[in-house]
Write a protein that binds this ligand. Structure first.
Ligand SMILES: *[C@@H]1O[C@H](CO)[C@@H](O)[C@H](O)[C@H]1NC(C)=O
Ligand SMILES: *[C@@H]1O[C@H](CO)[C@@H](O)[C@H](O)[C@H]1NC(C)=O
Ligand SMILES: *[C@@H]1O[C@H](CO)[C@@H](O)[C@H](O)[C@H]1NC(C)=O
Ligand SMILES: *[C@@H]1O[C@H](CO)[C@@H](O)[C@H](O)[C@H]1NC(C)=O
Ligand SMILES: *[C@@H]1O[C@H](CO)[C@@H](O)[C@H](O)[C@H]1NC(C)=O
Ligand SMILES: *[C@@H]1O[C@H](CO)[C@@H](O)[C@H](O)[C@H]1NC(C)=O
Ligand SMILES: *[C@@H]1O[C@H](CO)[C@@H](O)[C@H](O)[C@H]1NC(C)=O
Ligand SMILES: *[C@@H]1O[C@H](CO)[C@@H](O)[C@H](O)[C@H]1NC(C)=O
Ligand SMILES: *[C@@H]1O[C@H](CO)[C@@H](O)[C@H](O)[C@H]1NC(C)=O
Ligand SMILES: *[C@@H]1O[C@H](CO)[C@@H](O)[C@H](O)[C@H]1NC(C)=O
Length: 357
């Protein structure tokens, strides 16, 4: 259908068409990426055969979305932008536009023409529909940007919501304590996707953590004034705990890990020392071997005892500390005996760590 034919209509017919249609224009809403309705509100009161009707929809730029000619879809005049995106509901003459994009917003016209024999095309019905497109913003989400530090108890939060349309009206934080609710407004940052034309929005909040009070923070997004507010999950800051989500960085926890590490290292040093000593013992003459082994046997038992002492027990940390001190003094005794010994003979007779020196 050539739109220029439409332009040739007489004023009288146009007025008649308006009278026929009753309401000249109506509003229609569609969700992004869903299906929108473009109604025609045509009632075939004269029972005109479909063969004699031409029905088509145009956008504001006069591009044809759909054309029904002799009762069948005629794809020839359809603009490529709309090919495969439409379907006609013939019961109520509503064109359905699928995969709606933001740029599909605007005014659409539906025309019904009667092909009469001598007169040619006569417009018998016309209607315009104003299509608006919506996209629901995602539930606002609060994220921790920086928590309190040792020097400052200010924490920074952002709240963001994505892929909505149109531009939302307001976004703010609510800080709730037992006896107060404080509203925090900030400049809303708006990002628009240059392909989908959808909006992402965010706001930031810097606020001092009070160590005495529990605070629940909510983020609220008000899309259109008529739409319901979107509420985030609460972000809770518990009293005396500026880092609610980091229990593993607790100071006592770190100290415990350090303590275990120190114990393990001490055990290793001890083991190493003993193996080195063993090697030296093996270099002794064969006549003294028995004695050496005896002494070694004694020492091994003591060593075993020490190693056992080194095994960390969950039950009592204080016990570990005592053990470490004991190991330290043992080592010192052993070292000193080595220094004072004048030869291998002397060495094998050196007093054990348990005996008074
Ligand atoms: C559109 O919807 C389809 C499924 O209906 C989905 O696969 C696709 O990701 C959506 N596109 C966008 C841009 O949301
Ligand atoms: C047309 O009819 C279909 C069902 O056949 C319905 O889903 C749709 O809402 C109707 N549209 C209008 C504008 O009445
Ligand atoms: C149109 O056809 C219906 C039945 O299909 C009939 O009831 C009605 O009277 C007809 N109207 C006209 C104007 O011919
Ligand atoms: C958008 O949100 C409204 C109101 O919450 C809901 O009724 C509608 O189904 C949602 N639409 C989509 C496509 O999610
Ligand atoms: C705050 O969090 C960071 C990681 O985001 C962490 O490195 C830092 O130790 C935390 N601050 C305090 C006081 O624990
Ligand atoms: C937290 O926000 C304040 C105020 O906006 C800013 O001065 C500060 O640098 C921010 N801190 C961090 C770690 O982002
Ligand atoms: C809230 O009430 C408590 C006593 O119930 C009071 O100590 C505290 O200062 C109040 N906090 C605020 C912010 O008003
Ligand atoms: C908007 O948010 C979505 C989802 O979070 C992300 O994939 C996209 O890159 C964001 N777009 C812009 C322009 O920030
Ligand atoms: C969208 O924006 C990005 C950078 O922000 C740019 O690289 C890209 O070319 C733009 N795409 C279009 C279709 O304008
Ligand atoms: C904070 O909340 C916790 C539970 O989440 C509660 O045990 C504690 O008593 C509260 N502290 C104050 C100061 O309200």
């Amino acid at each position: 259908m050539n739109p220029s034919i439409t332009m040739g209509l007489s004023v009288t017919l146009f007025v008649m068409a308006l009278l026929h249609s009753g309401a000249a224009s109506m509003k229609s809403q569609a969700y992004f990426n869903k299906t929108g309705d473009l109604p025609c509100h045509f009632t075939n009161s004269e029972n005109i055969s479909l063969d004699k009707l031409v029905v088509f929809w145009q956008n504001q730029k006069k591009l044809v979305l759909y054309e029904l000619f002799q009762g069948k879809e005629n794809p020839d005049n359809v603009d490529p932008e709309y090919k495969g995106r439409t379907s006609l509901d013939q019961d109520n003459w509503t064109l359905r536009l699928h995969n709606v994009q933001i740029k599909d917003q605007g005014l659409y016209q539906c025309y019904v023409h009667h092909r009469k024999q001598p007169e040619g095309m006569v417009s018998i019905h016309q209607m315009s529909t104003d299509l608006s497109v919506l996209a629901n913003f995602s539930q606002p989400e609060i994220m921790l940007i920086s928590n309190g530090t040792e020097n400052s108890d200010i924490i920074n939060l952002t709240c963001s919501s994505a892929q909505g349309y149109p531009k939302p009206k307001k976004m703010f934080f609510l800080l709730k304590t037992v006896n107060s609710t404080i509203k925090h407004d900030d400049v809303m940052k708006i990002f628009q996707d240059n392909i989908t034309e959808l909006y992402n929005v965010s706001i930031s909040l810097s606020f001092p953590v009070s160590p005495e009070t529990n605070v629940s923070i909510f983020c609220v997004l008000q899309p259109e004034p008529t739409q319901t507010q979107l509420l985030s999950q609460p972000f809770n800051i518990d009293a005396k705990s500026p880092e609610p989500h980091r229990p593993f960085l607790d100071k006592t926890y770190m100290t415990a890990i350090l303590l275990v590490l120190v114990l393990v290292i001490l055990c290793l040093i001890l083991k190493l020392y003993q193996t080195v000593k063993k090697k030296k013992k093996k270099q002794l003459g064969p006549s003294h071997e028995c004695e050496a082994i005896n002494v070694e046997g004694q020492e091994n038992e003591q060593a075993k005892e020490r190693v056992e002492n080194c095994v960390p027990k969950k039950s009592d940390e204080a016990q570990h500390v005592v053990n470490i001190l004991k190991i330290d003094s043992d080592l010192e005794v052993v070292m000193r005996s080595k220094e004072t010994s004048s030869g291998f003979r002397e060495k094998k007779h050196r007093p054990g760590p348990q005996e008074p020196f």
